[in-house]
Design a protein around this ligand. Structure first.
Ligand code: HEM
Length: 160
């Protein structure tokens, strides 16, 4: 019956269970800090400007908040566009997962929430891992108009 369904207790959103915007803001900041010091991926941030970092952080927080039931607005790019051309591999992925584990421990995140967060991130793995490096594409195609993207030299990612 509709009535009995309506009265079933609902689990609060992941956003609420994590403690809301400020908690996610702090956690995401720690994840980025941990990534910055990881030997396999820290170099990615070596030449990133302060303002790009700040944009990445806030977009990351808003992205997670929107997906986890918060009342935020995500102003960044879709995951394929944001990561296409970075040439990210399984090595990068594993490093981020190690950083996540370190942060779960530091924040004493309960096991069920860890699993939920990791499962959520893993849904985006095909969108962020496996694209060619844009630098490699540009250097391999001296004739290319670099503004036109890898598609202009016949490289499409993700594969259709
Ligand atoms: C777990 C899956 C991932 C998610 C959900 C994710 C999410 C995001 C989001 C929301 C942004 C901001 C996009 C924008 O500002 O338009 C971003 C940017 C970025 N991500 Fe990821 N990311 C993931 C995996 C990775 C991995 C594995 C790496 C590298 C180790 C990485 C490196 C970066 C970098 C360097 C930027 C900044 C790009 C820029 O602003 O130019 N991401 N990511």
């Amino acid at each position: 019956m509709a009535d009995s369904q309506a009265s079933e207790p609902q689990q609060p959103s992941l956003y609420e269970r994590l403690g809301g915007y400020d908690a996610i803001y702090k956690f995401a900041g720690e994840v980025l800090r941990t990534c910055m010091k990881h030997p396999a991926i820290g170099h990615i941030w070596s030449h990133m400007s302060e303002s790009t970092f700040q944009k990445e952080h806030i977009n990351f927080v808003d992205f997670l908040s929107v997906h986890w039931g918060g009342n935020a607005q995500y102003r960044g790019r879709d995951m394929v566009t944001a990561h296409r051309g970075m040439g990210l591999t399984e090595v990068h992925w594993q490093a981020v997962m190690e950083c996540m584990d370190e942060c779960y421990d530091n924040f004493a995140v309960p096991a069920d929430i860890r699993e939920e967060v990791t499962a959520f991130l893993t849904k985006f793995k095909p969108a962020v891992i496996g694209s060619p490096s844009y630098r490699d594409v540009v250097l391999a195609h001296p004739e290319m108009d670099v503004a036109k993207g890898m598609k202009s030299v016949g490289i499409t990612w993700p594969k259709p």
